[in-house]
Design a binder for this molecule. Structure first.
Ligand SMILES: [Zn+2]
Length: 363
């Protein structure tokens, strides 16, 4: 009990550090794109990305401007537009938030990659073929993804103290829900991220160390935001294009839990007591065109060398057996037969007894 209390006190201390400045100082409206929220209001709008070298887009955004001072939390989803669970969760979250009871400001963007959603294109923006979580800080004179991310970086990430990026297991991913703890090697920032990952509530947490001096690490939103000094949490629930109420609830509750930990909501903070810490994992990639069939499910604990699936050609003849590249938890496994050279068939997270010290990646 005392340990819990101590944790809670530490947590409040750590997560109170960033922010609180914007909402306290600025009593004028909060504007994100066309959404203009006065204090105590929720505003709806979009970030308009004008046509350039290719077509434009409009990124839906809501701003919930609380009556009491507090941090600015940005919650985004749908950089992968067919990870529906995350987008559905955020569309439902907006109405759940009452600005009259909130401290600080919440910027919610449920669907960054509208073209991916509309055309049901996995992983990338079909307009330019670029990944919408891999082009930060964007480029105002680039293609649609780059222009969109330049606007997201400027209007959503920059004003926020804390970034929560939600994902939902893509159409091809039979995924076990988990959170990510991104670490950049700055102790206070990494501790704050850990506290929020534990508050979110998913009991499997993948630890990912980044070298923030490398532009490659800063191309995804987590690395970009960490490099700007923000606190970052990333969480993923959902799978294979289906939207299940338990997964939606996990993402909504997790977001509310983070708000509780940030004291933006009057909500008790319950940290995951015994998280399963995982490393970034070992992956098996397809060795050519063909069909893949999984024989284990997401979340299964496997030992190295254990069969986890098999492959065939397009006439049903067996071409190979797929074995676990490591012992650990199946964080996700290919949920559809489509296979090509380089396609991820399975990812296995190795269980870490304790979070190891930060280690700057060498690659
Ligand atoms: Zn995703």
């Amino acid at each position: 009990m005392t340990a819990g209390l101590k944790w809670r006190a530490t947590l409040a201390l750590m997560v109170a550090v960033p922010g609180t400045v914007l909402a306290q100082v600025d009593r004028g409206p909060v504007t994100v794109g066309t959404a203009v929220a006065r204090r105590g209001e929720t505003a709806y709008g979009a970030i308009i990305v004008a046509p350039g070298v290719d077509s434009g887009t409009a990124i839906p955004v809501a701003v919930v401007y609380g009556t009491r001072p507090g941090p600015v939390l940005a919650v985004i989803a749908g950089s992968h537009g067919t990870e529906y669970t995350s987008t559905v969760a955020l569309t439902r979250l907006i109405a759940r938030l009452d600005p009259k009871t909130i401290a600080g400001t919440v910027i919610i963007a449920p669907l960054l990659n509208l073209a991916s959603f509309r055309q049901m294109t996995v992983h990338a923006n079909p307009v330019d073929g670029k990944g919408m979580n891999g082009q930060y800080p964007g480029d105002a004179s680039g293609t649609q993804t780059q222009r969109a991310l330049a606007a997201v970086a400027d209007q959503i990430i920059k004003p926020a103290d804390v970034i929560l990026d939600l994902h939902g297991g893509d159409l091809d991913e039979d995924l076990r829900p988990y959170a990510y703890w991104f670490r950049g090697g700055v102790a206070a920032q990494d501790s704050a991220g850990k506290a929020l990952a534990l508050a979110f509530g998913l009991d499997h947490i993948i630890i990912l160390d980044m070298d923030l001096t490398s532009p490659v690490s800063r191309r995804n939103v987590g690395g970009h935001a960490l490099a700007l000094g923000k606190t970052v949490v990333i969480a993923e629930a959902g799978r294979s294009g289906i939207v299940l109420s338990d997964d939606v609830a996990a993402l909504i509750d997790g977001t509310l839990n983070v708000m509780g930990a940030l004291r933006m909501l009057d909500r008790p903070v319950r940290l995951v007591e015994h998280p399963v810490w995982l490393d970034a994992g070992a992956r098996v990639a397809g060795d050519g065109d063909g069909m893949f069939y999984a024989t284990v499910g997401r979340g299964t604990f496997v030992t190295e060398g254990m069969p986890i699936g098999y492959t065939t050609d397009f006439l049903g003849r067996r071409t190979g057996e797929v074995r676990a590249p490591a012992s650990g938890v199946v964080t996700f496994i290919r949920g559809v037969p489509s296979m090509w050279k380089g396609a991820t068939l399975v990812n296995i997270g190795r269980v870490l007894p304790e979070p190891p010290p930060y280690a700057k990646p060498t690659r």
